[in-house]
Ligand binder design. Structure first.
Ligand code: SF4
Length: 716
């Protein structure tokens, strides 16, 4: 009889930004084989206290089989060839040589990295140091650009620093909860459950949901404002107009802790509730009711997500919402504040290490000479060696690959041929690129066929590190079983290539940049870079996380714990300590409807699926809730077009088209259709809804407007 042992490993769910703690049960045999066989919510984790949603509960089923995994490095020497398997040494040498050659021939900006909010902080750190510290390019962006960058610019412009001022405890303390562009019932289910329980305990708690769709979150709201897509700024300005007019703003707070209100007030004169409600397509009384509930609430909390962020005016949407909090003093106290819910599990950790094209480590700025000098000193780099030129953000990055300006792109832990807007252009870019490296756990993503080199990455349950969730809480991710085949952790792959490039490019005698022997050493270097910054975690290392559990930042040296709430003293992270109001006029969506493309396409999540379904798509039970792809249309719109439920329809925009079965639903209003983001080329004859989405992006956050496009729908 085969002897098997059980192990139980504390870790973190790899899906959304709630960051639920889990306990992974694994079975090990005497030959060293192991598999994950079960999961439970970690009852001691302060994000979830033992709860898990359907995605988290089914994680073991996604991790059981090596089927569909990338097991060995593969490469090809010519585009027309099939890739063949090689060992790690050959793969790493080849990648290092090609990248070093391209940098030497064309300069550092001829190379770009496109990484992921699903990488762990330590993975992110090594990639960022490789691009900025070793190669000298800021061309490193991530799919977090598609997720949270408008929230980042909103926080920085209004409050002086990235990161929410709030914590999960505020979900239970809020008396008015304003959901803006967030279907938390699907996207952040465990937080939604905490909110539901708080409302069950206190029937005076009111929920306002702002969403063009009647989502499952909107369906249980006390007030649903089904605004026209993209009119959020007009709504927030109209609400603030009412609060000013009715004397519901906190003048003392505004005077003591903010600046710029006079300029905004001037703009607000135009945004009467009537004018704003007309723009938004809602009743004036509903707008006024929302403003009253918010302004008179003892504690108003806003929860917002992709409906605000994925917009060509996402920064203004974030600012206009934060204005409501600053003007009423609903910030920096229990149950109150603006709270961006992070989409991905570690979009926050990526920002902390500066792993994006527009930032440096520990919330430093690329354009700030002092900040560059600090990072150069901390990395032992020669003075002035960091590039002052901002890197290319996601949409710009793939355009530069397409135009030939960027010759080589290294894609890790993400599937841009599914998730980027206007994926036809992304496919063209990857076809034209001189060199494409794809680092992946799963062999069947839409991006893998474009790889000249395919590097097998370890997945959830197989690697070590940390992630930071929506409330700034850093949790450990732990390895429960070995990775299959020759798959390796992402940080290790980047580190090994970096060491090889360093041997070729670095000056003689230069201190080694990549002598990391594990994730604890990487985290240690990262925390040293944060000392003195707003996110100071000088007092937090793996030993503290081990002994005290997950912790929120800031956690400076000497602190007894993390800080649940920020700005409680009314001092903000700006140079003069005052929060800033900005002038936020309403601007319409980037692509208006027209006679040729008369419908507004909205996109969003399904309850039980995650992103491109590389994991959740392996679990039959997760298809029970939404078994098939589909386009949802209002029954009246369908009848006018002679379309029936279940028949195939062609959805076309200026950029492309795809065919989906039609679903009839009152969830969407007349003139609007909805499709889920998850289905991709694995499930459809085309590449999913991003065949038709558009790449217009916000000028400040550089986040594209994935939530809205003008389309035509006709019988297929
Ligand atoms: Fe995982 Fe998010 Fe579900 Fe928690 S709520 S189990 S983090 S997907």
């Amino acid at each position: 009889m085969v002897q098997r042992e059980r192990s139980f490993t504390r870790s973190t769910c790899c899906y959304c930004g709630v960051g639920c703690g889990v306990v992974i049960e694994a079975e090990h045999d005497a030959d060293g084989n192991a598999r994950i066989i079960g999961i439970e919510g970690d009852k001691e984790h302060p994000a979830n206290f033992g709860r898990l949603c359907s995605k988290g509960r089914n994680l073991p089923q996604t991790a059981r089989s090596p089927h569909g995994r990338v097991l060995m490095p593969e490469l090809r020497h010519q585009r027309h060839e099939a890739r063949h398997r090689v060992d790690w040494a050959v793969a790493l040498d080849t990648v290092a040589d090609r990248l070093a050659d391209i940098v030497q021939q064309h300069g550092p900006d001829a190379v770009a990295f496109y990484i992921s909010g699903q990488l762990l902080t330590e993975d992110y750190y090594v990639f960022n140091k490789l691009a900025k510290g070793l190669l000298g390019t800021n061309n490193i962006d991530t799919n977090s650009r598609l997720c949270m960058s408008s929230a980042v610019t909103g926080y920085k412009l209004a409050l002086g620093a990235d990161g929410p001022p709030t914590c999960y405890e505020d979900l239970e303390l809020a008396k008015t909860v304003l959901f803006a562009g967030s279907n938390a019932a699907y996207a952040h289910p465990v937080l939604f459950r905490r909110l539901e329980e708080a409302r069950e305990r206190d029937p005076d708690v009111r929920w306002i949901v702002i969403d063009p769709r009647r989502t499952d979150t909107a369906a249980v709201a006390d007030l649903h404002l089904a605004i026209q897509p993209g009119t959020d700024v007009a709504l927030f300005n109209g609400m603030l107009h009412h609060l000013v007019w009715e004397g519901l703003v906190d003048s003392e707070y505004i005077k003591a802790h903010t600046e710029g209100f006079a300029g905004l007030k001037q703009l607000l004169r135009d945004y009467t509730p009537r004018m704003a409600a007309e723009l938004c397509g809602i009743a004036v009384a509903d707008l006024v009711q929302a403003a009253e509930w918010f302004g008179r609430s003892p504690a108003a909390l806003s929860l917002y997500c992709m409906g605000l962020n994925q917009s060509a005016h996402g920064t203004d949407k974030n600012l206009a919402l934060i204005h409501l909090h600053l003007a009423t003093g609903q910030i920096g106290r229990p149950g109150a504040g603006p709270f961006s819910l992070t989409g991905q599990p570690n979009a926050m950790g990526g920002r902390e290490v500066g792993g994006m094209a527009t930032m440096l480590a520990a919330h430093r700025e690329i354009g700030d000479a002092q900040h560059r000098a600090e990072v150069e000193a901390l990395w032992s780099l020669p003075a002035h060696s960091l590039s002052a030129k901002p890197g290319l953000a996601a949409v710009e990055l793939f355009e530069a690959v397409r135009s030939g300006k960027v010759k080589a792109v290294w894609i890790a832990c993400t599937n841009p041929v599914h998730s980027m807007p206007d994926i036809g252009r992304v496919r063209e870019a990857l076809q034209r690129a001189q060199y494409v490296v794809v680092q992946e756990a799963f062999a069947d993503t839409d991006t893998v066929p474009y790889a000249d080199v395919l590097l097998p990455a370890a997945s959830w349950g197989e690697k070590e590190g940390t992630v930071t969730n929506s409330e700034r809480r850093i949790s450990r991710v732990r390895r429960a079983v070995p990775a299959p085949g020759q798959a390796q952790p992402d940080w290790w792959i980047a580190n090994e290539v970096a060491r090889r490039i360093e041997a070729r490019l670095a000056s003689p005698g230069a201190a080694p940049l990549f002598d990391f022997d594990g994730t604890a050493a990487i985290f240690d270097e990262h925390r040293r870079l944060t000392v003195g910054r707003d996110l100071d975690i000088g007092g937090l290392d793996y030993a503290v996380l081990e002994s005290q559990g997950p912790q929120q930042w800031p956690f400076p040296a000497g602190a007894q714990g993390g800080q649940p709430r920020r700005y409680e003293d009314g001092v903000f992270a700006t140079a003069n300590g005052r929060a800033r109001f900005h002038v936020t006029p309403y601007k319409p969506v980037a692509e208006p409807v027209s006679a040729r493309y008369p419908l507004r396409l909205l996109t969003g999540r399904l309850r039980d699926q995650w992103h491109g379904m590389s994991r959740t798509g392996r679990v039959p039970g997760l298809f029970a809730h939404s078994p098939e792809p589909g386009l949802r249309m209002n029954p009246g719109d369908a009848a006018r077009r002679g379309l029936r439920a279940g028949e195939l329809v062609r959805i076309a925009s200026k950029r492309g088209e795809l065919v989906l079965p039609l679903e009839l639903s009152d969830e969407v209003g007349s003139g609007t259709v909805f499709a889920a983001m998850h289905w991709s080329g694995q499930h459809l004859s085309s590449g999913g809804i991003n065949e038709v989405s558009q790449p217009a992006f916000d000028a400040r956050s550089l986040q594209p407007e994935l939530k809205h496009a003008a389309v035509r729908v006709e019988k297929a």
